[in-house]
Each structure stands twice: as structure tokens, then as C-alpha cells.
Design a protein around this ligand. Structure first.
Ligand SMILES: Nc1nc2c(c(=O)[nH]1)N[C@H]1C(S)=C(S)[C@@H](COP(=O)(O)OP(=O)(O)OC[C@H]3O[C@@H](n4cnc5c(=O)[nH]c(N)nc54)[C@H](O)[C@@H]3O)O[C@H]1N2
Ligand SMILES: Nc1nc2c(c(=O)[nH]1)N[C@H]1C(S)=C(S)[C@@H](COP(=O)(O)OP(=O)(O)OC[C@H]3O[C@@H](n4cnc5c(=O)[nH]c(N)nc54)[C@H](O)[C@@H]3O)O[C@H]1N2
Ligand code: SF4
Ligand SMILES: [Mo]
Length: 793
């Protein structure tokens, strides 16, 4: 990133393809991160910033939710390449002020990509788009809060407002936000988790009684086998590779389950060690299973059936701690191996090798991320992983456990603090007892539900605390049209994104302080707290001067909105909370489960770890007070002839909808993003060639089709019948109703598509999110146009 924003948008004609790399990190990663940091922040700011990143007295990385090592094991450089990119994105020297908005009408900004919008820099003051206006204009903070209050108080019912949270929001702001929203009168609290690990939360809660990882970092270090399914840590949780390296040194074996041979799972060159900088690095996966997209359920059942056949079970654990074993065994005994081989695309020998490695391990950790959950059967996938863990008692003992690796840096904490559209009754009871008002009991809208509510005119006000809802959600066109129906859209955002230009009748942008910045709200140095993927809670305090003197903290923005809206309704001390976050922490300590003594405990070096009954004492707060074996039918997604199953994933140069740059280094794709990776034999079979431009057309059950245009085909090592393309350019292909059963999470990773040669073969559009939706059944072009893609065979 240079100090000046690019004039031009993405030019896909510059795209080049060179083939995947065979390792992650190493000297190139150091060079790329330093280069980005110095260009974006300058020398002085780079040093001041990076020395505080992930340190005990510093601030928590805005990137992923990977945990920090214990304080005594931290390096001075305790961050990765993508952490540097995440920080640089916030700390960069570019500014978006009133001049920017005066110079660019909405009609123009709407044609821009999220990449271009994000590259413009940090927003410096609150802006408003008045009804019918062509440009955003400045507004004072007080006027902005009053405008929100006026709209909220003018609604027929609080349920006509929707309050979205993205997972960067810290615990204090999240706690205040849910308190405000419930005091206002609704549980409409969708969050990015609805699109992220919702299937995990639902599946784990059902079978172990808590929706979180059952491991510590030490368990990863001490495991004998680590299974990594549907996760690309080299890009999305880079410091996980350091933990895996320690585990390997201790003798662990790694099994990677992934359609793609991701570089970070092949070899890791740890920049902290000479071996990683100039030597060969560490080999990662001992076994790579190139499973077909959505083949995991069958794979886990097949492995389980082998463990059963070989009697490699922990009978004591099963007897003492589980329920439903007999039904599960009956299901495994009837397993259809032909179906397994078809669904997984693997050989029996490959599956047996994995099963042997797992059988020989006394301590196995099962890790997973989006490749497991963003499917129609995402919840079943999660429960199937748990079945496998239960068979050998791999939960609640050192070196073992289930490990959903979370995305956003505080997405797990936000849930702990009550950001949830389906809050449990005990949480609402505690809120009532603590604050003396009766919170609403009816469940609210999740992310998909929110889009439908705006689409159907049932919701009128959208308030987004962080994130980029419009771009992150599925069915881009439907989502955009839905949000345009709103009377008011409010976005609390550090940087411009598409959710500002796809707006309601009136729109507000409220710019907050970033996590790297000094927060002097109420005239005192404030700090905040976050929770990582292994339930560890700690403080974060930014060292830098804010990007603009007009920014306010997220806690301030939430409390001020609450004050303007609620006045002294329920007697909640908003001004005091705003001026001293310690008061919020005391309330958290009094009512949030597991947080007793919060304010004191977060002061311990490195913070404290929240209780987790299965991990701590092998107790399971499920319906039957045991770990529950579940039976899920061995589904196979039927993909009709001529179609592929498409997954949408992240490049190495983005954080969700924030596109840092145009290089996916590990996959050998440079200077562009509109690609679709396909097995060379499938290209041949479909009469296409590598390097050709195609439109991707998705087909949904109701006969609707969606398409995005002019994607370059890339012959790539992925199983037959599978394809991959980047998110968010392909979100327009995911029908709103294509979602996981039980969790409502969009099925971003199993989209049935056709590839159609683009005509004419001319340069592509500047805005990459080509999106054509035809909600009416396809008439014509293709005689066998629609074969129910979600037919289960
Ligand atoms: N640098 C960076 N870091 C990030 C993010 C980012 O965008 N950039 N995003 C953050 C967030 S919010 C999240 S949730 C995480 C996401 O972290 P990941 O889950 O690692 O992210 P994805 O890129 O979606 O990658 C999913 C992986 O699953 C594989 N996969 C796809 N379909 C299947 C399948 O059916 N079965 C199996 N076994 N594998 C499959 C893909 O090949 C890919 O390797 O990362 C977090 N960290
Ligand atoms: N096709 C497809 N779609 C997906 C996924 C996928 O794998 N495939 N993954 C899904 C997943 S896992 C997730 S988590 C969602 C992500 O959904 P979101 O969390 O909604 O999206 P982000 O892109 O992370 O949000 C980026 C915006 O956050 C704002 N921002 C950045 N830092 C801060 C801050 O400190 N405070 C505030 N207030 N704002 C800030 C910036 O304005 C930036 O534009 O997307 C989902 N969508
Ligand atoms: S691993 Fe995640 S949290 Fe750690 S430095 Fe990298 S991006 Fe930041
Ligand atoms: Mo996520």
C-alpha cells in the first residue's frame, strides 16, 4: 500500500498465473509485510505499532482469533504477515474526509469495488446521506445520534430495527450494544458469526453443551495427531503454523483434509528461526486427503467405522460420558462404502491410512474452519467430528480436543457478551436481574432473516457495528435490494465499503477509533478486552494517536446512541459506562457466565481463561448431561452432469471483504481476483481451456439462476467436479435460501454451477462484483437447465 490511494480500480487484464507455492511464510513473507507496513505507515509508526502488537501491554491484532502464546513465550515480533496487513490497513496514512465525499457522488462510488473503496483510507468524521441527496455530507456527532434516535423511536415496533455486529468489536462495546438493543426492546442482533461458525455453535452446543473449542494452545503443542479439516491456516491463521511446528517437534503427525493442497499445510518456513529463513523449514501435513467438496461427512463416518471395526475405542469414556453410542454404531455398521468413495473422491487406502494414524494416537486434536461449516450439512459435519472425538475420548484430556478455529479477532467474545439473536433464557434472566428491566424474550433475526425482513418491508432501520454486511452476505443482488428498502442505514465503520453506497433512504457513517489507537474517552486512558479462539480473555490498549481528532470509541458511539434513544428509560447509567469502561467490566463480571471477577482477572498477565466444562471436568451440559453421539445420514450432494461444485474462499491478500491487494501468492495468482480454479480434466471435459474467460452460472432449487461474468479459468490441483473462486466476488451466486440446516448459515462452499464461455472476449468490468440475477425460472438456453442440485442420493 502506498500513501496515495490508487486512481484506477482493479484491472483484471493484468492478471497472471504461475502455479501454487510449496511452502508458507519464509523470507518472502517478512519482505512483503515490512514493505506493506513501511509504505502504509512510514518508519516511525511501523516501529511504534508492531512493537506493541500482541504484547501483554499492547494491543490485540485486528486479524484473526488465533491465541497468543503465554507471556513468557512471546517474541518481540509476535505477529504474522497477515497480521501486519491487518494492522497497516487500520494504521495507514490515507484519510477519507468531507472533501472525498464531496468529490465523489454516490452514483460513482457505487461503481467501485470494495477493493478501491477500502484503499481510500480511514474515515475522519461522521457523514450523512440525506434523503434524495447525491453526496454524503458532514454531520455533528450529536445530530447523528439524534437522527438515529428519532428513527428508532418512530418505529411501530422495536422489532423493525436490526442491529448487526462484526467480530472485531471488543467485549465492552459488544456488552453495551446488546444491553442497549435489549433495553430498546428487540433481540434482532445478527452478527458475522451467523455467516461464519454458526454451524459450529449449534452443533457443539447440541453434543457437548457449549459452542466453543475444548483446547488450549498447550493441547495443540502436545497432541499426537492433529486433524486440520476445511481450514487454510497459512493464510487465515498464520501463527497457527508456529504452534503446529512446535507440535511436530514434539512428535505430532498432521492430517490435512482439504480439496486444495494449501501451501501452509505443505511446508512452513518459520521467520523466527534460521531454519525457516534460510533452511528447508518444517514439513507440515504427513497426510493430505484431497477430499471432494462436501465429502467430509462421509469421510468422518468412514474413519469412525474403521476405528470401530479395529476396536480402537475408549470404552471407559464412551460408557461414563456419552449417550447414543448404540444407535451410532448401528449406523456405522450399515455404512455404504461405495457412497463414501463417491462422496469423498478418495481411495479406501487413503481413508484407511488416516484411520490408522488416528487409531495409533492417544491424543488427537480436531481443528476445522469454514470448509466444514459453510455447507447445507455444516451442523452435521461438526457433530460428525465430535462423534469421532468421542469414540477415542479425545475431549477433556491434555493434548486432545475439538478446535473450531474462529475467524474475526473477537467474534467469540461478542457471543460471550450476549451478541446473539437467540439468547438463552438464563442470560436474559441475568440481564433482567442486573439492570432491572424485562428484556424481550422472542428470538430475533439472524443474518439471513434480516435480509428477508428488509426485503419484505418488515424491517426499516439497519445499524451495523462494524463489518460490511451487504458484501459479506449471500445473494448479493437480493441483499442489496433488501437494504435499499431501509428507511435508515447506519454503519459504524473505520473505512469505506460497499455497505455505505448501498444504503437506505437516509444513511449515516459513524467512524470509530481503531484498536491500535489511544482511547481517551472520558478524559482517561481506556482499555478494552477480547476473547480468542481458546476462550482466553485479555486486555488491549492502542498506543497510537487517532487517525483523526473527531473519532469516537465504539463504546462511546453505542452509549451515546443509547442515551439519545432511551434517555433515562430503565435508569441505565450510559454516561458513566461511556466514561469508564471499567464500570462495564464490573457489570460483565456480575452477570456474564464465567466472568466473575472479570475486572480483576483481566489484569493478570496474559489475562484469564473462561471455564469450559467439557475441557475442564468432562462435564457436558447437554439435554442428557452427557456427550451425545448423533446419527446423520450419509448425504452426498448430487451434482448433475456438466456442473461443478464451487467453493468460495479467501486469497492471501484480503481480510474478508477488505481486499488488501491483488496477489494470492501461495496459489500463484497475481494482479487480479476474477479467477475460477478447476481441475484440468474437468476443463477438458467441459470443452474449456485454461486461461479462457467464463461466466459462472449457479442453479438453485427453485429454478432461479444467478451469474457472475468474465472469470478466468485456472487449471488447478483440485478434485474432479470441484471448483474454487474468491469471496466476495462470487457471493452473488449463493441463493439466500442456500444455507445450513439447523444454523441458517449461508452455504458459501457448496454452490452448484455451470461454466459458460464468456462472449465477447473483451476486457472485464472495473467493478468485479458482476452480478446478474434471474429469479425467474430459466427459459430456453439450456434444455436440461434445472436438475435439483440438492437432491440427495
Ligand atoms: N488473512 C486473513 N485471515 C483471516 C480472514 C481473512 O479473510 N484473511 N478471515 C477470518 C475469518 S472471519 C475466518 S472465518 C477465517 C476463515 O479461515 P478459513 O476457513 O481457513 O478460510 P477460507 O478461505 O474460507 O478457507 C477454507 C478452506 O476450506 C477448504 N474447503 C472448502 N470446501 C471444503 C470442503 O467441503 N471440505 C473440506 N475439508 N475443506 C474445504 C478450502 O480449500 C480452504 O482451504 O479466517 C480468519 N482469518
Ligand atoms: N462467499 C463467502 N462469503 C462469506 C464468507 C465466505 O467464506 N465465502 N465468509 C463469511 C464470514 S466467515 C464472515 S466472518 C463474514 C464477514 O463479514 P463482516 O465481518 O461483516 O465483514 P468484514 O469484511 O470483516 O468487515 C469489513 C469492514 O469492517 C470495518 N471495520 C474494520 N475495522 C473496524 C473496527 O475496528 N471497527 C469498526 N466499527 N469497523 C471496522 C471496515 O469499514 C471494513 O470495511 O463474511 C462471510 N461471507
Ligand atoms: S495469526 Fe492472526 S491474530 Fe496472530 S498476528 Fe496473524 S493475523 Fe494477527
Ligand atoms: Mo468468519
Amino acid at each position: 500500500m502506498s500513501r496515495h490511494a490508487p486512481e484506477r480500480d482493479i484491472d483484471e487484464s493484468e492478471l497472471s498465473v504461475s502455479g501454487p507455492e510449496d511452502h508458507a511464510a519464509g523470507p518472502t513473507a517478512v519482505a512483503v509485510s515490512m514493505n506493506r507496513a513501511l509504505q502504509g505507515m512510514g518508519v516511525r509508526r511501523t516501529a511504534a505499532t508492531l512493537l506493541k502488537l500482541n504484547q501483554v501491554d499492547g494491543f490485540d491484532c485486528q486479524g484473526c482469533a488465533w491465541p497468543d502464546p503465554a507471556p513468557e513465550h512471546r517474541h518481540t515480533a509476535e505477529f504474522c504477515e497477515n497480521g501486519v496487513k491487518a494492522v497497516t490497513d487500520e494504521v495507514n496514512l490515507r484519510r477519507v474526509g468531507r472533501e472525498f465525499f464531496a468529490a465523489h457522488p454516490i452514483a460513482e462510488l457505487e461503481q467501485r469495488s470494495d477493493y478501491w473503496l477500502g484503499q481510500q483510507g480511514r474515515i475522519t468524521e461522521p457523514m450523512v446521506l440525506r434523503e434524495g441527496a447525491t453526496h454524503y455530507e458532514p454531520i455533528s456527532w450529536d445530530a447523528a445520534f439524534n437522527l438515529v434516535a428519532e428513527h428508532l423511536n418512530g418505529l411501530d415496533s422495536p422489532d423493525e430495527a436490526v442491529f448487526y455486529t462484526s467480530g472485531k468489536v471488543t467485549n465492552e462495546a459488544a456488552f453495551a450494544f446488546q444491553l442497549f438493543v435489549r433495553a430498546y426492546g428487540t433481540n434482532n442482533l445478527p452478527d458475522c458469526s451467523n455467516m461464519c461458525h454458526e454451524s459450529t455453535s449449534v452443533g457443539l452446543a447440541e453434543v457437548i453443551g457449549i459452542g466453543k473449542a475444548s483446547v488450549t494452545l498447550d493441547d495443540v503443542h502436545g497432541a499426537e495427531v492433529i486433524v486440520i479439516a476445511g481450514q487454510n491456516p497459512g493464510t487465515n491463521h498464520p501463527r497457527m503454523l508456529s504452534a503446529l511446528e512446535i507440535a511436530k517437534k514434539n512428535g505430532a503427525k498432521i492430517i490435512a483434509i482439504n480439496p486444495l493442497k494449501e501451501a501452509g499445510l505443505v511446508r512452513f518456513k518459520n521467520p523466527q528461526t534460521p531454519r525457516g529463513m534460510v533452511g528447508p523449514g518444517t514439513a507440515m501435513a504427513d497426510l493430505h486427503l484431497p477430499v471432494r467438496i462436501n465429502g467430509d461427512l462421509a469421510l468422518f463416518q468412514a474413519i469412525a467405522s474403521l476405528l470401530l471395526e479395529w476396536d480402537q475405542l475408549d470404552h471407559d469414556f464412551i460408557q461414563q460420558h456419552t449417550h447414543g453410542f448404540e444407535e451410532y454404531v448401528a449406523h456405522l455398521r450399515a455404512l455404504d462404502w461405495d457412497l463414501v468413495l463417491r462422496s469423498t473422491g478418495l481411495t479406501r487406502a487413503e481413508i484407511e491410512e488416516a484411520a490408522r494414524m488416528i487409531a495409533g494416537s492417544r491424543k488427537t486434536v480436531y481443528c476445522w474452519a469454514m470448509g466444514i461449516v459453510q455447507h447445507r450439512n455444516g451442523v452435521a459435519n461438526v457433530k460428525e467430528i465430535c462423534n469421532l472425538a468421542f469414540l477415542q475420548g479425545n475431549i477433556g484430556k491434555p493434548g486432545a480436543g475439538v478446535f473450531p478455529v474462529r475467524g474475526h479477532s473477537n467474534v467469540q467474545g461478542d457471543r460471550t457478551m450476549g451478541i446473539w439473536e437467540r439468547p438463552p433464557a438464563h442470560f436474559l434472566d441475568a440481564l433482567r436481574d442486573e439492570f432491572g428491566f424485562e428484556p424481550p424474550r422472542e428470538h430475533g433475526y439472524d443474518s439471513v432473516g434480516a435480509v428477508k425482513a428488509f426485503r419484505d418491508g418488515k424491517a426499516k432501520v439497519f445499524f451495523g457495528l462494524g463489518g460490511n454486511f451487504v458484501t459479506a452476505m449471500s445473494d448479493t443482488r437480493v441483499t442489496e435490494d433488501a437494504l435499499r428498502n431501509a428507511d435508515l442505514t447506519v454503519q459504524v465503520s473505520t473505512k469505506p465499503n460497499r455497505s455505505h453506497v448501498v444504503h437506505g433512504k437516509v444513511a449515516l457513517i459513524l467512524p470509530p477509533l481503531g484498536r491500535s489507537e489511544k482511547d481517551m474517552t472520558g478524559g482517561r486512558r481506556q482499555r478494552v478486552t477480547v476473547e480468542d479462539s481458546v476462550c482466553s480473555v485479555h486486555t488491549s490498549q492502542g498506543p497510537l494517536e487517532p487517525a483523526s481528532p473527531h473519532l469516537r470509541s465504539e463504546v462511546d458511539i453505542v452509549c451515546s446512541t443509547a442515551m439519545a434513544t432511551l434517555g433515562d428509560r430503565h435508569g441505565i447509567e450510559w454516561a458513566a459506562f461511556r466514561d469508564d469502561y471499567g464500570l462495564l467490566r464490573r457489570r460483565i463480571g456480575r452477570m456474564v457466565p464465567g466472568c466473575a471477577g472479570y475486572e480483576e482477572k483481566v489484569d493478570q498477565p496474559g489475562g484469564f481463561v473462561l471455564p469450559h466444562p467439557p475441557r475442564d471436568t468432562r462435564t457436558f451440559d447437554t439435554d442428557v448431561q452427557r456427550a451425545v453421539f448423533t446419527v446423520s445420514p450419509t448425504d452426498v450432494l448430487h451434482v448433475p452432469e456438466g456442473r461443478l461444485l464451487l467453493q468460495t474462499l479467501r486469497s492471501h491478500d484480503q481480510f474478508n471483504t477488505v481486499i488488501y491487494g491483488l496477489d494470492d501468492r501461495y496459489r500463484g495468482i497475481k494482479d487480479g481476483r476474477q479467477v475460477v480454479m478447476v481441475n484440468p480434466l474437468d476443463l477438458e471435459h467441459l470443452g474449456l481451456r485454461d486461461g479462457q474467460h467464463v461466466d459462472i452460472v449457479s442453479e438453485w432449487e427453485d429454478g432461479s439462476r444467478r451469474s457472475v461474468e468474465r472469470f478466468r479459468t485456472v487449471a488447478y490441483d483440485t478434485p474432479r467436479g470441484c471448483a474454487a473462486a474468491y469471496y466476495p466476488e462470487t457471493n452473488a451466486l449463493v441463493a439466500l435460501d442456500s444455507k445450513a440446516e439447523g444454523s441458517n448459515q449461508p452455504a458459501y462452499k457448496s454452490i452448484v454451477v455451470r461454466l459458460v464461455a464468456s462472449v465477447p472476449d473483451a476486457p472485464g468490468p472495473s467493478r468485479p462484483e458482476g452480478r446478474v440475477v434471474d429469479a425467474s425460472p430459466d427459459q430456453g438456453h439450456d434444455p436440461q437447465r434445472y436438475v435439483a442440485p440438492y437432491h440427495l442420493s
